[in-house]
Write a protein that binds this ligand. Structure first.
Ligand SMILES: [Zn+2]
Length: 86
Protein backbone atom coordinates (compact mmCIF):
# COMPACT_ATOMS: atom_id res chain seq x y z
CA UNK A 1 0.00 0.00 0.00
CA UNK A 2 1.32 3.40 -0.95
CA UNK A 3 1.71 6.05 1.73
CA UNK A 4 1.77 9.82 1.90
CA UNK A 5 3.14 12.22 4.51
CA UNK A 6 1.40 13.69 7.53
CA UNK A 7 0.18 16.69 5.58
CA UNK A 8 -2.56 14.35 4.36
CA UNK A 9 -4.01 14.49 7.89
CA UNK A 10 -4.26 18.29 7.87
CA UNK A 11 -7.90 18.52 6.82
CA UNK A 12 -9.18 15.72 9.06
CA UNK A 13 -7.34 16.99 12.12
CA UNK A 14 -8.38 20.60 11.44
CA UNK A 15 -12.00 19.46 11.23
CA UNK A 16 -11.65 17.82 14.66
CA UNK A 17 -9.47 20.32 16.51
CA UNK A 18 -10.11 23.55 14.62
CA UNK A 19 -6.44 24.23 13.89
CA UNK A 20 -3.73 22.90 11.63
CA UNK A 21 -1.76 20.38 13.70
CA UNK A 22 0.74 19.38 11.03
CA UNK A 23 3.49 21.71 12.32
CA UNK A 24 3.08 20.50 15.91
CA UNK A 25 5.74 18.17 17.28
CA UNK A 26 4.57 14.61 17.89
CA UNK A 27 6.41 12.25 20.24
CA UNK A 28 6.07 8.53 19.62
CA UNK A 29 5.01 6.62 22.74
CA UNK A 30 6.80 3.50 21.47
CA UNK A 31 10.29 4.71 20.47
CA UNK A 32 10.33 8.31 21.70
CA UNK A 33 11.11 9.81 18.29
CA UNK A 34 9.99 13.42 17.92
CA UNK A 35 9.07 15.32 14.79
CA UNK A 36 6.35 17.31 13.09
CA UNK A 37 3.00 15.67 12.48
CA UNK A 38 3.65 16.44 8.80
CA UNK A 39 6.50 13.89 8.94
CA UNK A 40 4.29 10.94 9.86
CA UNK A 41 3.87 8.10 7.37
CA UNK A 42 0.17 8.08 6.47
CA UNK A 43 -1.85 5.31 4.89
CA UNK A 44 -5.29 6.29 3.62
CA UNK A 45 -8.19 3.95 2.92
CA UNK A 46 -11.92 4.40 2.40
CA UNK A 47 -12.35 3.78 6.15
CA UNK A 48 -9.94 6.47 7.30
CA UNK A 49 -6.30 7.34 7.80
CA UNK A 50 -3.53 5.82 9.89
CA UNK A 51 -0.47 7.89 10.79
CA UNK A 52 2.61 5.85 11.68
CA UNK A 53 5.93 6.79 13.24
CA UNK A 54 8.55 7.31 10.52
CA UNK A 55 11.20 5.70 12.79
CA UNK A 56 9.56 2.58 14.27
CA UNK A 57 6.31 2.22 12.29
CA UNK A 58 4.12 2.33 15.42
CA UNK A 59 0.58 3.60 14.91
CA UNK A 60 0.37 7.12 16.37
CA UNK A 61 -2.85 8.55 14.95
CA UNK A 62 -5.99 6.98 13.50
CA UNK A 63 -8.74 9.14 12.03
CA UNK A 64 -12.00 7.56 10.89
CA UNK A 65 -15.49 8.72 10.11
CA UNK A 66 -18.20 6.92 12.05
CA UNK A 67 -21.90 7.71 11.86
CA UNK A 68 -21.14 10.91 9.99
CA UNK A 69 -18.66 12.23 12.52
CA UNK A 70 -14.88 12.21 12.46
CA UNK A 71 -13.15 10.41 15.33
CA UNK A 72 -9.48 10.34 16.15
CA UNK A 73 -7.40 8.00 18.27
CA UNK A 74 -4.12 9.55 19.40
CA UNK A 75 -3.14 6.65 21.64
CA UNK A 76 0.28 6.16 20.05
CA UNK A 77 1.40 9.66 20.94
CA UNK A 78 3.42 10.30 24.07
CA UNK A 79 2.96 14.04 23.59
CA UNK A 80 1.93 16.68 21.13
CA UNK A 81 3.79 19.99 21.49
CA UNK A 82 3.50 23.38 19.85
CA UNK A 83 6.14 23.90 17.20
CA UNK A 84 9.08 26.06 18.28
CA UNK A 85 8.66 29.75 17.48
CA UNK A 86 11.02 30.79 14.68
ZN1 LIG B 1 8.30 5.47 17.01
Amino acid sequence: MQHVDGNALAGDLADLFGVDLTAMIASCAHCGARGPVAGLVVFRTAMGSVGRCAHCDAVLVVVVEHEGRARASLGGLRALEAAPVQ
